[in-house]
Every structure is written in C-alpha cells, then in structure tokens.
Design a protein around this ligand. Sequence first.
Ligand SMILES: [Cu+2]
Length: 292
Amino acid sequence: MRRILAFLSGLSAVGAGASAYAQQPREWQINLQTPATPFAEAGLAFNNLLLVIIIGISVFVLALLAIVIFRFNAKRNPTPSKTTHNTLLEVVWTVVPVLILVVIAVPSFRLLYLGDRVENPEMTLEVTGYQWYWGYEYPDQQIDEFASYMIPDEEIDEEAGQLRLLSVDNPVVLPVDTDIQILVTAADVLHSFAVPAFMIKTDAVTMRWNETWARIQEEGVYYGQCSELCGIGHGYMPIEIRAVSREAFDQWTIEQVGDAEIDPENPPVLLTTTWAEAMAERDAQVRLAAAE
Ligand SMILES: [Cu+2]
C-alpha cells in the first residue's frame, strides 16, 4: 500500500512539475525528471513524440499479427494462397517507414543542434572528472577548481535534506536565467557528466574539452551522477547543482574569491553589477558598520 501511495505521489509530482524544488530520482518514478532548461523541455517534447510513434507502430503490428493468427491459422484456412508479390504493398511498406524516419530525423537534428552549444554564453563552468569525484572551476569568476565529493552514508544528515549517494560536500552553484557554457573533461579515465533535469549527458574525456550548455529556469537543487563506468567508485561521484538567483550567485562569487589578489584590469565577472561597484558597495557597508 505504501508503495502504491508513493507511486501516486510520484505521479502527482510529475503533474505538478514546475513547482518541484529539487529534481532527483523518486521511488516508483515512471517518467523523466521535470525538465529545468529549454533544452530539456525540447527533449521531453521529442521523447513524447517518439512515444506516440512507437505506440502507434506497436499497436499496428500487434493488430496485423492478431489478424494472421485468427483468420489464417491451419483450421480456418486449410489451403493457403500461393501469392508472393504485390508491387503496391511492397512500395507502401518501404515508403511508409522512410517517411516515419524522416518525421523522427528532422526534430532529432534540431534537438541535437540546440543542445550542442550556446552562442555568446554569459559564463563558463569547467567540469573535470576524477577517480572518484568532480572538480569545478569558474574561469570568468576566477574561482579556482574545487573538489566535490559524495557525502558517505554514515554522515548523511537527512534532516538537512541530504540524499544518500547524491549529496556532496561542495555543490556546484549556478545562476538561473543565465546562458552557461559547460566544458567537460577528465583527468584520468573516462567519466560522463550527466544531469537528468537538464538532459545533459556529456562524456568527460582526457585531453579534450566537450561542450554543452544550460539555462536553468528555476532555483533549486538538481542531482546527477557519473554515467560512464570509470572504476570502483563510479557509483559514488554524484553531481549536486544548486541553482540560485543571479544576485545570490554574485554574492557567492565574492565569498569564493575572498581575499585573492585581483587584477583591476581583469576582475572577476559578476552578473548583476561590476566587480568595482560590488567592492565599492562592500567598502561602504563596512564603513557604515564601523560608524555605528
Ligand atoms: Cu566517473
């Protein structure tokens, strides 16, 4: 009974969709995770188109089989016809599948190009796969690479909303409503950077950068996992993405940069203001606090 309830609540979560705060695998989930980017929405629409087509084909083939079984079995049809060729029928069963493939190919290529790369990204995230954790670097924000490890089972804090095998010590922080270029590579063996809610699954290959992108539409937590068998710790290098507002992302950037030496000619990129303005405001606040 509890399983059925979980299943039904999973269905309603799929229906409610847009308001879901965190995107993660759910018990008895039967559909894809709610898409969180324009690309994932297009991907879900394509998935649904394919679903209609394959159900149509399956029903049609099943109906033909049923007709053959009932009308042309040895009892009902003791002397079978010896007909072998039928030009019209042969043309139809060649052309119709070709047309079906064309109907699939056109949106499929559009989707591939949509997910390939984004023109003029506002920022870049560099992802590196290691045995067995992820490294994240923000070149525009001048945030050096940091490591992101899974939280071991015995340290999981369920009350804080941490999830076994999915939560990490240092999550990736990304802004919403921003075109983010994501560059993926590996430092040792093959890994794959996969986030279902973004419909991203990009191979992490040593000595090369693979590119993809995301424009996250809603604040929240998004989980993913390494999707290339990479060794004994393959199942223990999850991805946790915290999508925050652009203002909060700037605030996080300033915290991460901390007291690092900044080249005034080439300061870290902020999304809602300039580095100089942000620093001037911070100094003003410090002075205000000192005056009180
Ligand atoms: Cu891996």
